[in-house]
Design a protein around this ligand. Structure first.
Ligand code: HH2
Length: 299
C-alpha cells in the first residue's frame, strides 16, 4: 500500500468517492453546510421551513464555498424525539429536488437515520446518506446504501437523542468511539458498501460530556487508523456554550476556533452552519500549517 499523502496540517488523505469526481481530502478540510428544514433544530430551527427560502439558503452556502450541503428534516438535538418518516419526507424531498435542479453539480447529503427517507432523498438528487446512528437505528440502511451506491457518513451515538445526555460514561471515550466506528464500518462493508464511499464521525455532542467532546476533538487523528476520512460536527454546539457561557446565536467565534482546532487535529470534513467564515478560517489555518500560500505571490 502506498502511504497516503499528507496535507499541510498532517492529515493523511483518503480517497472519498462522493459525487461524480470524488472529493479531495488532501487539502484544507472540506465544508459540509448545514441546512435544517425543521421547526426545532437547536440553532437554525424554523429559519428554513419554507422550501423556497431553504433552496436560496443552500445556493448561498454553495456560493460561499461549501463543498456540499447536508439537508436534514429531523432535529436530533439532546432530548429530541423522532418525527414520522412521512413528515420528514415532506420536509426534505422538495428542497433536495429543487436544490438539485438549480445546482445540478452540487453535492447533496441527506441527514437521516431512516432508510425510507434516504431512498427518496437519493431519488430527489442527494448522493450521500448522513446517518447519525452509524447504521444502528434502521436495520435496512446498510443494504440501501449498498444498493443505491450512495456515499455514507457513519456517526457515533450513544443511545437515542431523547436520552443520550443522561449520564454519558465510557471506559475510554476515544477508544470506545473508535471501536463503535470500526464495527459500523465492518457492517457497512459486509452489506456491500464501497469502502471509498464511507466517512466516519465521532458524533460530537451525541451522548458525551464536555470532557468527552474535548478528548475526541483532541484525538480525531486516532480515527485515521480506520483508514477513512473523518467528519466532525462542532458548529455552535453546546460544548462551546459550556466553555464560553453563551447561547447558540453567540457561538460563531467559538465555532471557528473549534473548526481550526479540529483541522489541526485531523478532521477532513467539517459540518458547519457558517460557511463563509469557516472557509476563510480554514484557508488561513491551512496556509500557516503548510508554511506556504496555495497560490504564489505575497500580499
Ligand atoms: N450534528 C447534528 C446533526 N447531524 N451529522 C453528523 N454527521 N455529525 C454531526 O455532528 C451532526 C450531524 C446536530 O446539529 P444540527 O443539525 O445543527 O441540529 P439539530 O439536530 O437540532 O437539527
Amino acid at each position: 500500500m502506498t502511504a497516503p499523502q499528507q496535507s499541510g496540517t498532517g492529515r493523511p488523505a483518503f480517497p472519498l468517492a462522493w459525487g461524480p469526481g470524488g472529493l479531495d481530502t488532501g487539502g484544507r478540510p472540506l465544508v459540509m453546510a448545514v441546512l435544517n428544514v425543521t421547526p426545532d433544530s437547536f440553532y437554525d430551527g424554523g429559519r428554513w421551513v419554507d422550501p423556497a427560502a431553504a433552496v436560496e439558503r443552500g445556493l448561498q452556502m454553495l456560493d460561499d464555498g461549501a463543498d456540499m450541503v447536508d439537508v436534514g428534516g429531523e432535529s436530533t438535538r439532546p432530548g429530541s424525539h423522532p418525527v414520522d418518516s412521512s413528515e420528514e419526507l415532506e420536509r426534505v424531498v422538495p428542497v433536495i429536488e429543487a436544490l438539485h435542479r438549480r445546482a445540478p453539480e452540487a453535492l447533496i447529503s441527506v441527514d437521516t437515520n431512516k432508510a425510507e427517507v434516504a431512498d427518496a432523498a437519493l431519488d430527489a438528487g442527494a448522493a450521500v446518506i448522513n446517518d447519525i446512528s452509524g447504521l444502528t437505528f434502521d436495520p435496512s440502511m446498510a443494504a440501501l446504501a449498498a444498493r443505491r451506491d450512495a456515499g455514507l457518513v457513519l456517526m457515533h451515538i450513544r443511545r437515542r437523542p431523547a436520552e443520550m445526555q443522561r449520564d454519558p460514561a465510557y471506559a475510554d471515550v476515544v477508544e470506545d468511539v473508535a471501536a463503535f466506528l470500526t464495527d459500523a464500518l465492518s457492517r457497512a462493508l459486509a452489506a456491500g458498501v464501497d469502502e471509498e464511499r464511507i466517512a466516519l464521525d465521532p458524533g460530537i455532542g451525541f451522548g458525551k460530556t464536555l470532557e468527552h467532546n474535548l478528548a475526541l476533538i483532541n484525538r480525531l487523528d486516532r480515527l485515521h487508523r480506520l483508514g477513512r476520512p473523518v467528519l466532525a460536527g462542532l458548529s455552535r454546539k453546546s460544548f462551546i456554550g459550556a466553555l464560553l457561557g453563551n447561547e447558540p446565536g453567540a457561538r460563531l467565534a467559538g465555532s471557528l476556533g473549534a473548526a481550526v482546532a479540529a483541522a489541526v487535529h485531523g478532521a477532513h470534513l467539517l459540518r458547519v452552519h457558517d460557511v463563509k467564515e469557516t472557509v476563510e478560517a480554514l484557508k488561513v489555518a491551512e496556509a500557516i500549517a503548510a508554511g506556504t500560500a496555495p497560490d504564489s505571490g505575497e500580499r
